[in-house]
Design a protein around this ligand. Structure first.
Ligand code: 13P
Length: 251
C-alpha cells in the first residue's frame, strides 16, 4: 500500500551540462513510470535545467537543502518558494553531511521541515546513527531522538507528506551497506516511533527509504524488506544505468 520512492541525491556533483546529459540518459533507460516515485535531487545550480528536462516525464524533482525563512538577509541560502518556482516537489533535509559539516541540529531540521510542508514541499528527512553509536548499542536511542526532534509538532495532514530516510552514517559512501536485517530492524523501529508521535494509520502510511551504499546488486534484497519503502541513492545515482536498475528493482 506504500508506493516505493527512489531518490537520487547527487550531492555536490554535476555541472549543468553534466546534469542534463545524466537526465537524458535516465530518460532513455526508463520511461515506464508506473508503480514507483522517482525523484532527482541535483545541486541548486542545475535545478532549473533538470526541471525543464523532466517536464512531461514520470521523473520528479527535489532539492538537497533549503532555508526555513521566506526571504531576507541569509547569504548563500535558498527559500522554499524559490524551490517551488522551479517545480521542486521534494527537499532533502537533515542529511548527515549537513548535520556533520554544517552544524544542522534536530531543531534546525524541524524548522526546515515545517517550512517545507507549509510551502507544499515534501521533506525527505534523514536520520541515522554513527558507527560508534551502533557499536555502543545506541542506534535506537540516537535514531529516536532524531526522529522525535526533526519531526516534532506536525499535524496529521502534514505527516502524510513526510518521507523519512534511514541512512546509517557508516554505510554512506563507504561501500558498506547495512544488512537487510539491520535495515529492516531500524525501519520497523522508526515506524514504531512514528506510531507514538502520530498514530497507527500514519505510521503505516509514512514511507521510509534506506540510504547508504545502495546499488543494483543489493537493492532487491533491501527493498524486499517489509518496512523498506525505497532508497535514497548517492553514488549509484550518478550513473544512469545503475540508478535505473535500482528504480526497476523497486518497481
Ligand atoms: P551513497 O549511496 O553514496 O552511500 O550515499 C547515500 C546517501 O547519502 C544518499 O543521501
Amino acid at each position: 500500500m506504500r508506493k516505493p520512492i527512489i531518490a537520487g541525491n547527487w550531492k555536490m556533483n554535476n555541472t549543468v551540462a553534466e546534469a542534463i546529459a545524466l537526465v537524458e540518459d535516465i530518460k532513455r533507460e526508463w520511461s515506464d513510470g508506473s508503480g514507483v516515485d522517482v525523484v532527482l535531487c541535483p545541486p541548486f545550480t542545475a535545478l532549473k535545467s533538470v526541471s525543464d528536462a523532466v517536464t512531461g516525464t514520470p521523473l520528479d524533482l527535489g532539492a538537497q537543502n533549503m532555508h526555513w525563512e521566506a526571504s531576507g538577509a541569509y547569504t548563500g541560502e535558498v527559500s522554499p518558494a524559490m524551490l517551488r518556482e522551479l517545480f521542486c516537489h521534494y527537499v532533502i533535509l537533515g542529511h548527515s553531511e549537513r548535520r556533520t559539516y554544517f552544524g544542522e541540529t534536530d531543531e534546525i531540521v524541524n524548522k526546515k521541515v515545517k517550512a517545507a510542508l507549509a510551502s507544499n514541499l515534501r521533506p525527505i528527512v534523514c536520520v541515522g546513527e554513527q558507527l560508534e553509536d551502533r557499536d555502543a548499542g545506541r542506534t535506537e536511542a540516537v535514531v529516536e531522538e532524531q526522529v522525535r526532534g526533526s519531526l516534532a509538532g506536525l499535524s496529521s495532514r502534514e505527516w502524510t507528506d513526510v518521507v523519512i530516510a534511514y541512512e546509517p552514517v557508516w554505510a554512506i559512501g563507504t561501500g558498506r551497506t547495512a544488512s537487510p536485517e539491520q535495515a529492516q530492524d531500524a525501519h520497523a523501529f522508526i515506524r514504531s516511533v512514528v506510531r507514538e508521535m502520530a498514530d497507527e494509520s500514519l505510521s503505516q502510511s509514512v514511507r521510509i527509504q534506506y540510504g547508504g551504499s545502495m546499488k543494483p546488486a543489493n537493492a532487491g534484497e533491501l527493498l524486499g524488506q517489509a518496512d523498506i519503502d525505497g532508497g535514497l541513492i548517492g553514488g549509484a545515482s550518478l550513473e544512469a544505468r545503475s540508478f535505473v536498475d535500482i528504480v526497476k528493482a523497486a518497481q
